[in-house]
Design a protein around this ligand. Structure first.
Ligand code: GDP
Ligand code: MN
Length: 376
């Protein structure tokens, strides 16, 4: 689950991280009122769950409450990377001297969290990693001990942070670690963390991703979920208990079991195709679940063929086949579909599907090749 910038920053503030004065607004009038309260220059920031808002024109300065209202009107009418802007954050504008990157995520290879920092902040960290990897300082955090003071100092030294800011940086780094670990985050990021002309460190931007599987113990975070701003397909999938992640390829994948879904994607790639999604319909998926999954896959216009890869273990293949058939009757897709069905009652299941003019396959390799060919 992604948190909005204003939500992330409010959370960070609870851990002692300095943030600019400001509030979120849903209308231009409200934005003007907030600008009046703050006084002086403000920055109007679109609250959408994607990065690169600055480049897209979704972050603008305003010199007066009147200008804040005008700018807010324009930003609230915008769409950024397909997402409509429904709220803006009105923050006291900062006088920036330097932009720093500071983030924590999981390093799966090292099997522990990693804090990353860079003196080249403001831009996306992936770009820094590509063009100037030596500018990224990393320290691994022992999950039981937490981030230690000396590690925060190592990071400060590594990014050439002026000595006068080390104490404040230590508070911010440790606060970010606590925010990350106590909320079961998979990412906690401040980009940019700025040094202002007044010589203060302030978190101007905030980003948090929280592990969905841990949400059951964070009811306060669940309340922050902004369903309107999430990709429609992913919200729909969650409603039906499907794990769906949209990708950029052409081959829709409908699979039961997460491991089998990963394998299917790998094999599609092996035979020169690109998967359009990750989708696990789970065990015992009935017709309504299959139909929902089919609608979700087909809502992506890039999909040129669908690969069904079903292993009937607990669920019987003929049942799955009937589920697929009633889903097809409802959704009526016009693109080629390849099915690989193995397990209990596979023969019966395959027969049912062949009658429905679906391309059937015996092995996964065969199915993947047929799907790649059909997509061309
Ligand atoms: P993102 O583009 O979605 O990552 O949004 P950010 O909140 O990081 O803002 C992008 C850029 O806008 C920052 O890197 C800053 O350069 C600039 N910016 C944001 N807030 C302020 C501010 O208060 N004052 C000034 N001068 N620039 C700002
Ligand atoms: Mn940013």
């Amino acid at each position: 689950m992604k948190l909005h910038e204003y939500q992330s920053k409010q959370l960070f503030a609870r851990y002692g991280i300095p943030i600019p004065k400001g509030r979120v607004a849903a209308t231009a009038t409200e934005a003007r009122q907030i600008a009046e309260e703050i006084g002086g220059r403000v920055v109007i920031k679109s609250q959408v769950l994607v990065g690169g808002r600055g480049k897209a024109g979704g972050i603008r300065l305003a010199k007066s409450p009147k200008e804040a209202e005008e700018v807010a009107t324009q930003i609230l009418a915008m769409e950024i990377k397909g997402l409509p802007v429904r709220k803006v954050l009105v923050d006291e504008a900062a006088n920036i001297e330097q932009e720093i990157y500071l983030g924590i995520t999981n390093d799966r290879a090292a099997r522990r969290p990693v804090m990353m920092a860079s003196s080249a902040g403001g831009v996306e960290i992936e770009d820094v990693a590509r063009t100037a990897p030596e500018k990224i300082i990393k320290v691994h955090v022992d999950p039981l001990l937490g981030l230690r003071d000396f590690q925060a100092r190592d990071v400060a030294l590594g990014i050439d942070l002026p000595r006068e800011h080390w104490k404040s940086f230590g508070v911010i780094a440790c606060g970010l670690w606590k925010a990350y670990s106590e909320n079961d985050a998979t990412l906690a990021e401040i980009n940019p963390l700025v040094i202002t002309k007044e010589k203060r460190l302030v978190a101007l931007d905030g980003k948090m991703l929280v592990d969905d599987n841990a949400l059951f113990r964070h009811s306060d975070l669940v309340e922050m979920r902004d369903v309107d701003e999430e990709a429609a397909a992913e919200t729909e999938a969650r409603k039906y208990g499907l794990s769906y992640i949209k990708l950029d390829g052409q081959i829709g994948c409908m699979v039961n079991g997460a491991g089998l879904a990963m394998t299917s994607m790998d094999i599609v790639k092996l035979f020169g195709g690109e998967p359009a999604n990750f989708l696990d319909i789970g065990g015992g998926a009935g017709a309504d679940k299959v139909a929902a999954a089919l609608r979700i896959i087909l809502s992506d216009p890039n999909v040129k063929a669908i690969l069904f890869n079903i292993f009937g273990g607990i669920t019987r293949c003929d049942e799955v086949a009937r589920g697929i058939l009633s889903a097809l009757a409802e959704v009526k897709p016009k693109i080629p579909m390849v099915v690989r069905l193995v397990g209990t009652n596979a023969e019966e299941g395959r027969q049912l599907l062949a009658d429905a003019k679906m391309i059937t396959a015996e092995t996964l390799a065969d199915a993947a090749q047929k799907a790649v060919a059909a997509a061309k």
